[in-house]
Design a protein. Structure first.
Length: 217
């Protein structure tokens, strides 16, 4: 489990927020430490003082974002002994909430848009040493999601539930990376509207329920 860093304050946090946005847009190799310094109105020595290197700053930005957009609901559900997995209706509602949590964290205005871009970009273009953050956040959340899906319909295999868990993440990732084009197509000026996100949540939920043989009547 990723623990909160009490040093995410003051100048360290300012550097993380500035550099993180640059990393989200251009990747670690597309951003120079000089560019970060100029955007942050500090000298390069200050960045080295707080983080030691550009790579360390990237990893701290990734840890910070992973903490902010974490999705703990599946893990909480697994710890809840009152959940009745034999109830199809309850399972459907659980899956809807699990998808809604990710839709809101990654696509709404709850967090800056670059948070989700940086986190997802790290999966596509993994930086050095990124495994620590992935194993502390992404893997436990993914495993918990898969386990909930399996409990909702034990007839499904582990492999099948993993694919449908990846499908949830893949659907949402598409709307993160394709946001400019989608907003043009839908004539949306700013962030996705809550109405659109609600419709997207129901769309993804419908797909997953069919795949898991949990279709609503």
């Amino acid at each position: 489990m990723l623990e909160i860093n009490r040093d995410w304050t003051g100048k360290r946090l300012e550097l993380i927020e500035t550099a993180g946005q640059l990393f989200a847009n251009s990747g670690i190799d597309g951003v120079s430490i000089r560019e970060i310094a100029e955007k942050s109105n500090v000298n390069i020595a200050s960045i080295n003082y707080y983080f030691g290197s550009k790579e360390n700053l990237y990893m701290e930005s990734l840890r910070y974002v992973a903490w902010q957009v974490r999705c703990p609901l599946a893990q909480k559900i697994l710890q809840d002994e009152s959940v009745d997995y034999s109830s199809k209706e309850q399972c459907i509602e659980i899956i809807r909430k699990l998808i809604g949590e990710r839709v809101q964290n990654y696509l709404s205005d709850k967090y800056p848009a670059w948070y989700s871009r940086l986190l997802l970009r790290s999966l596509v273009e993994p930086p050095p040493k990124y495994e620590n953050v992935i194993f502390q956040t992404f893997i436990p959340e993914l495993n918990a999601l898969v386990e909930v899906l399996m409990r909702c319909n034990p007839a499904n295999t582990l492999a099948k539930c993993r694919f449908w868990a990846f499908s949830i993440l893949g659907e949402i990732s598409f709307y993160v990376f394709a946001e400019p084009g989608i907003k043009l197509a839908l004539n949306i000026a700013e962030k996705y509207t809550q109405k659109f996100l609600s419709q997207l949540q129901e769309h993804i939920t419908s797909l997953i329920l069919k795949g898991l043989d949990l279709k609503e009547e």
